[in-house]
Design a protein around this ligand. Sequence first.
Ligand code: GTP
Ligand code: MG
Length: 304
Amino acid sequence: MSFSDKLKRFFGIASALDDDFFDELADTLVEGDFGAELAFGTVEELRRRCRKENVKDGAAARQILYEMLGETLQKARRGAEVGCLSDGKAGSPLSVILLLGVNGVGKTTTAAKLAFLLQKSGKTMLAAADTFRAAAIDQLKIHGERLGIRVVAHKQGGDPSAVVYDALAAAVSGQYSSLIADTAGRMHTKTALVEELRKIDRAIQSGGGRQKDGTPPANPPLVNRWLVLDATTGSNAVHQAETFHEALNLDGVILTKTDSGAKGGVVFALAANLRLPVLYVCNGEKYENISLFNADDYVREFLG
Ligand SMILES: Nc1nc2c(ncn2[C@@H]2O[C@H](COP(=O)(O)OP(=O)(O)OP(=O)(O)O)[C@@H](O)[C@H]2O)c(=O)[nH]1
Ligand SMILES: [Mg+2]
């Protein structure tokens, strides 16, 4: 039985909204990757609202929880639906997407999926800024060949910020509308990784697609720092997000592997604890297995 089936059944068989009901709901939400604090806080608030509105049955309680979870996700919204993506029209600024995340979460695959998606609305380029392993560069190049998308890469062991700097200059002068940079998920130490990612970030800020003669671009690029999270890692994903958010001030999250039995509560924990919106969801290994996150649909599916 999937997690949302379990929730559906739970609300369906509730005979009375007593202490047992609320205790069991809290345990279920903890199990669903909400994290203890958010699970208990949510259930307390639900209990309060049910009492206030004189709600007596599971179906009505479920409806209130549905509204509350929608409000939780609303807290993480930052105006634009998908961060700072350029509309791809002539004269609009370049969107730079830095894909961050620990090893194995799906950064490189997601870079390819995003390129596949964004090339529909403008010229897209990939930057192989994971120079830690030769295989990482090759992996991105293979995707680039399959998709017919240019990949800017240097040699293994090179400076990833130099890769991004060069890619930016090429993207600005070639009037690309988006540049997607894959980054390393592992380094000798965590501190080294964070320093490397900050350096890439600074290269974008200071270089900003400057030309060889030093001329700055007419339109500075829009920078998106997106964290890739494996949905199956559960509440540990929130811990990863905290670390990266502290280091780089993230703009949003891409959740991968939602096809692999994830319970899904982590989306609410990210919104409630870090005000971080999920922007895209990936549910498979194919290029088309990526979609824009839809808060309303998500809550509906989560509650079963
Ligand atoms: N089922 C499923 N598998 C995925 C998804 N996204 C990525 N994967 C798989 O996860 C594995 C790791 O993906 P990568 O893209 O190489 O991950 P990465 O973050 O770049 O890994 P490193 O470069 O080692 O840090 C691969 O086998 C992908 O095919 C997804 O949405 N669903
Ligand atoms: Mg990779």
